[in-house]
Design a protein around this ligand. Structure first.
Ligand code: HEC
Length: 447
């Protein structure tokens, strides 16, 4: 999305901060909606298939009810899915302005996949009514169609209808995978180095996050459907006793079997966060997520085994809160990871502002500040952190400033005892200033 990057202007630090809040808001709409559509369509397709395989009308009714509930109407797809995702692209183009990342492009791709996926799924939903018409025909309400013709129509409809649903799910899944990939790499330190598309999608962090999404998705779907039918919109749903029981069982089982994975996955997720980013906040949010999911699971036990449907609203509510906590936690991580870029952008903003006001003085490079922002997370002079202590590695660079500059501009693997150093993305004059700063400090400390 280079053209977008050209349109965007650097923003003040207040504005950048605001963008992170906007991002939380957008994600709080987008993620629950995508979860419901994804989980609901898969549930519906599964029972659609079973209804034909076993010629079971109850399954077909379940498939239809579920899809109808999670998709609500066409407007929902636009308001809760397409628009928030598009706005997120605009937010990201500002937060990641002037970085070498391709988050904005990837997000745009995710947007296309999700949009196409939703189009298919909403078509599937629309054609469901066609299937019900055919069912009525079968009961002999229109005698002109010969039995043979009718059988043909019915078989083809059974094949075509779910095809929309399957296409929809494939596209939606691709979009969601991309989205989780972008969110994961946006929250990671080495975002300075553009990672390859494949390694972004298949990194263990992305996969764990994707699995978390899927588990939450089924948990939310099951509990939302019950919440919708037995609480929110109960006037419109008068189920027969046997169907009611079946309906509760299927959905609460779904909540149970999917939420069971969340605690383990979220522990792995925490474990995979780079140590430099772990803070009390991050732990607190993980703790919330765990606690909320465990409470939801134990409440769901009453729904599943004792048919106490009243508890379900709480199950849904707690799972939703857990999703919100995950979203806020992710945004804190992204904010930390982009801190240095935010400094660069706001410095540039100040400069543009000064030029506009006609007070534009040449901005001097402050090596100490660059060092604090871009190096201090991994280095100290006298202690090893993520990288080696400077006092240990600098002697070999004495009198070789150029070599130091070129290492900083383009780090190569040196010591097998350490991970490779990510490219800090400094401009030539910045790298020079930082190298000089290191040597100066080293000379001072040596004495
Ligand atoms: C993500 C953590 C990280 C950041 C940020 C980081 N470094 Fe490093 N740095 C490392 C690691 C890890 C090594 C060891 C690499 C190796 O031995 O292969 C290293 C090694 C070095 C070395 C020693 C090179 C050698 O020849 O042994 C220097 C000098 C250095 N870093 C300077 C900097 C400067 C200057 C910055 C900021 C512009 C910076 N580092 C930012 C992790 C980091």
């Amino acid at each position: 999305m280079e053209f977008l990057d050209k349109l965007v202007l650097p923003q003040s630090s207040e504005h950048l901060e605001l963008l992170h809040y906007i991002s939380i808001l957008l994600m709080s709409i987008l993620i629950p909606y995508l979860s419901l559509i994804f989980g609901g369509t898969i549930l519906s397709l599964n029972y659609f298939r079973k209804s034909y395989a076993k010629n079971n009308a109850t399954y077909l009714k379940l498939a239809k009810d579920v899809l109808q509930i999670v998709s609500v109407n066409n407007f929902t797809a636009l308001a809760l899915g397409i628009l928030p995702l598009f706005s997120l692209i605009l937010v990201y183009s500002q937060i990641f302005h002037k970085t070498a990342t391709h988050h904005t492009t990837d997000l745009f791709l995710a947007f296309l996949f999700v949009t196409v996926g939703l189009l298919f799924i909403y078509t599937f939903r629309l054609t469901f009514s066609l299937d019900l018409i055919l069912k009525n025909l079968e009961e002999g309400k229109v005698p002109e169609i010969s039995k043979q013709d009718f059988a043909k129509i019915k078989i083809s409809s059974a094949k075509i209808l779910p095809r929309y649903g399957y296409f929809g799910i494939v596209f939606l899944f691709a979009g969601i995978w991309l989205l989780t990939g972008v969110l994961t790499s946006a929250a990671n330190f080495n975002y300075w180095q553009p990672t390859s598309f494949i390694s972004m999608l298949f990194s263990i962090k992305t996969i764990v996050y994707l699995l978390l999404f899927i588990s939450f998705s089924f948990g939310l779907t099951g509990s939302f459907i019950l919440f919708y039918v037995f609480f929110w919109n109960k006037e419109n749903y008068q189920f027969e006793e046997s169907y009611r029981e079946f309906f509760i069982k299927i959905n609460s089982k779904l909540v149970y079997s999917s939420s069971l994975f969340i605690p383990l996955l979220s522990l792995i997720y925490i474990y995979l966060i780079p140590k430099v980013y772990l803070s009390a906040n991050i732990f607190a949010f993980s703790f919330f997520v765990l606690a909320l999911v465990l409470i939801a699971l134990s409440l769901n036990h009453y729904v599943l085994n004792k048919s106490k449907i009243g508890y379900n609203s709480l199950v849904f509510f707690f799972l939703l809160l857990a999703v919100f906590s995950m979203i806020v936690q992710k945004e804190i991580l992204i904010k930390n990871a982009t801190e240095s870029n935010a400094l660069v952008l706001s410095a540039e903003y100040e400069k543009i502002l000064a030029e506009l006001k006609g007070t534009g003085a040449e901005v001097t490079i402050n090596a100490a500040e660059i060092y604090q922002v871009k190096c201090a997370a991994c280095h100290q002079f006298d202690k090893k952190l993520v990288g080696p202590a400077h006092l240990e590695v600098l002697p070999k660079y004495e009198g070789k400033l150029n070599q130091l500059v070129s290492f900083i501009r383009n780090p190569v693997k040196v010591d097998p005892a350490y991970p490779p150093m990510p490219n800090p993305g400094l401009k030539p004059n910045e790298a020079e200033a930082v190298a000089q700063y290191l040597i100066d400090e080293y000379q001072k400390l040596k004495k």
